[in-house]
Design a protein around this ligand. Structure first.
Ligand SMILES: Cc1cc2nc3c(=O)[nH]c(=O)nc-3n(C[C@H](O)[C@H](O)[C@H](O)COP(=O)(O)OP(=O)(O)OC[C@H]3O[C@@H](n4cnc5c(N)ncnc54)[C@H](O)[C@@H]3O)c2cc1C
Ligand code: SF4
Length: 500
């Protein structure tokens, strides 16, 4: 610990104000794809680290789905040993630079930080980001020791956070890993959904390169279920186990008139065109994008914030339509604040009922019903109720951001793979084994749309059991629901202990 801070009492530490994350000014950032937060300096990071009182029973640790030893890494930051802090985080988290940027810390580790009871919580996410960036910028060696080959082969389907984490965990146990990915590159939603101004590409590319350096093989442009099936992988291609990490990429729509008009997109299509196919550079890129000047975005979750802020950077006037109010908006506080700073309009209590097209079938207006909120019900939630009042706004682009469901390709092509009525793959909630022998699953495919860190936590836990399965030590009574109404895996607020 730095000499000057050694003697500070817990009271003095708690009193210190939080080091706010410096941001690029809104006027400038809407003109570019530059990342919005600038990042802590070394001084700010060390000063923020002083605020942690090193709890004996730190609540922040079990609130992290991958169980980072948060006080230990923060203590190393306070002492100025940033490389040591990086090593500490890496013991449990394979994607710290991404997590430091996109994790909902305000709902997880920071939500339970003891300092938050009297003051703002410790900036755990900002510190994680600082340490991970230091590690990357200083090119610290991150390659783990790979034990001798076990002779076992695992096929991982999907190169998103779940698939990549499972690949890392199993490779570090000596297994041969092949990742099959439908797109031409890895990263999953971190690359084709989350915008560059929140998560730069080089951050993900470094982690993909690490896996390649560890000997993980990637097979791109390979849709499992279409070209090869899971049965092919197990029976013809000689894999000993399969992990499904295919996410939830099937967009939800409202089913209202006008959804098929030109200029109406799902968030997935809109963001994928831009971030995966560079459609905003058409015709330099081969994929086109119809980007109007007046854009309506339906929904107020994190994806909606990403679409709104992307549209703004492409020069549109953008408006968010949401049937509840600001208080109920599901987006992270920080994302909502950043969107509000970026001159985005919000029409709360507005529920779209129709899109109106012109003679060429291009969308030209959105019709909404004005809503009001009920008194809170027993769950404490206020429901939006119709008022019978309507308004019409002129728009030329609409993007639906209402969440996503699991794509049915794999379940429909895999006999014996049980899904619930929402299409979520059913697993045993401890081992993540599916109803098909030797096939495990984790991430959005078993929860429905969720978070990067939860996908990683599940994949880490699943990997422990895949390992036991491969080594002939897997003798668990599986508990996989047969009830089509049963929900997918829910995270219960305690991290999944990666079995080793
Ligand atoms: C716009 C947007 C913003 C988000 N922002 C945040 C955020 O700020 N913070 C946060 O924590 N979470 C955020 N999320 C959610 C988060 O990205 C997901 O929860 C997470 O990526 C899930 O990881 P996954 O590995 O399960 O799936 P994915 O990331 O979806 O990866 C699945 C991969 O599988 C591939 N695949 C699918 N089917 C097949 C197949 N049949 N064969 C081969 N490959 C296949 C896909 O191409 C994809 O690469 C956001 C999501 C979106 C859409
Ligand atoms: S709960 Fe807060 S103060 Fe306590 S160890 Fe975690 S980060 Fe530090």
């Amino acid at each position: 610990m730095a000499e000057a801070t050694k003697g500070l009492s817990s009271k003095e530490r708690i009193k210190k104000p939080r080091n706010l994350m410096p941001l690029h000014p809104a006027e400038l950032r809407i003109l570019s794809w530059t990342e919005v937060p600038i990042g802590y300096s070394r001084e700010q990071a060390m000063d923020e680290a002083i605020r942690c009182i090193q709890c004996k029973k730190p609540e922040c640790v079990p609130a992290c789905p991958v169980g980072i030893d948060i006080p230990a890494f923060i203590k190393l930051v306070e002492a100025g040993d940033i490389a040591g802090a990086a090593g500490k985080i890496r013991e449990t988290n394979f994607l710290p630079a991404a997590c430091g940027r996109v994790c909902p810390q305000d709902k997880q580790c920071e939500a339970v930080c003891i300092v938050g009871k009297k003051n703002d919580p410790v900036g755990i996410g900002n510190l994680e980001r600082y340490v991970a960036d230091y590690e990357r910028e200083h090119k610290l060696d991150r390659t783990p020791v790979i034990p001798p080959p076990t002779g076992k082969r695992v096929a991982i389907i999907g190169a998103g956070p779940a698939g990549l984490t499972c690949a890392y965990e199993l490779r570090t146990r000596g297994h041969e890993i092949t990742v099959f990915e439908a797109f031409h590159r890895g990263g999953g939603v971190m690359v084709y959904g989350i915008p560059r101004f929140r998560l730069p590409l080089e951050v993900i590319d470094e982690d993909l390169k690490l896996l390649e350096d560890m000997g993980v093989e990637f097979v791109y442009n390979m849709v499992i279920g279409k070209i090869l099936t899971i049965e092919d992988l197990l029976e013809k291609e000689g894999f000993d186990a399969v992990f499904i990490g295919t996410g939830a990429g099937l967009p939800k729509m409202l089913g209202i008139p006008g959804e098929n008009l030109n200029g109406v997109y799902s968030a997935n299509e809109y963001l994928t065109r831009i971030y995966l196919m560079n459609a905003n550079e058409f015709p330099r890129a081969s994929t086109p994008l119809y980007q109007g000047k007046k854009m309506a975005v339906i929904g107020a979750g994190n994806t909606a914030m990403d679409v709104l802020r992307t549209g703004k950077r492409l020069g549109a006037d953008v408006t968010c339509y949401y049937r509840r109010s600001h208080e109920e908006a599901p987006a992270r506080t920080e994302e909502l604040e950043h969107a509000e700073q970026e001159f985005i309009d919000f029409k709360w209590l507005s529920s779209p009922v129709e899109f109106i097209g012109d003679e060429r079938y291009f969308v030209k207006a959105i019709k909404c019903e004005v809503m009001r909120l009920s008194e809170p019900d027993e769950s404490g939630r206020r429901k939006p109720l119709p008022t019978g009042e309507y308004f019409i706004d002129e728009v030329d682009t609409v993007v639906f951001s209402l969440g996503c469901e699991v794509n049915p390709v794999i379940p429909s092509m895999t006999p014996g793979l049980r899904v619930n009525k929402w299409g979520v793959v059913m697993v045993d909630h401890t081992t993540y084994h599916t109803s098909k022998k030797g096939v495990f699953a984790g991430g959005d495919v078993v929860t429905g749309g969720s978070t990067v860190i939860l996908a990683m936590g599940q994949a880490k836990q699943a990997a422990g059991y895949v390992h036991e399965y491969l080594m002939g030590q897997f003798n668990y009574e599986l508990n996989i629901s047969t009830d089509p109404n049963a929900p997918g895996v829910q995270w219960e607020g305690r991290f999944a202990k990666g079995k080793r």
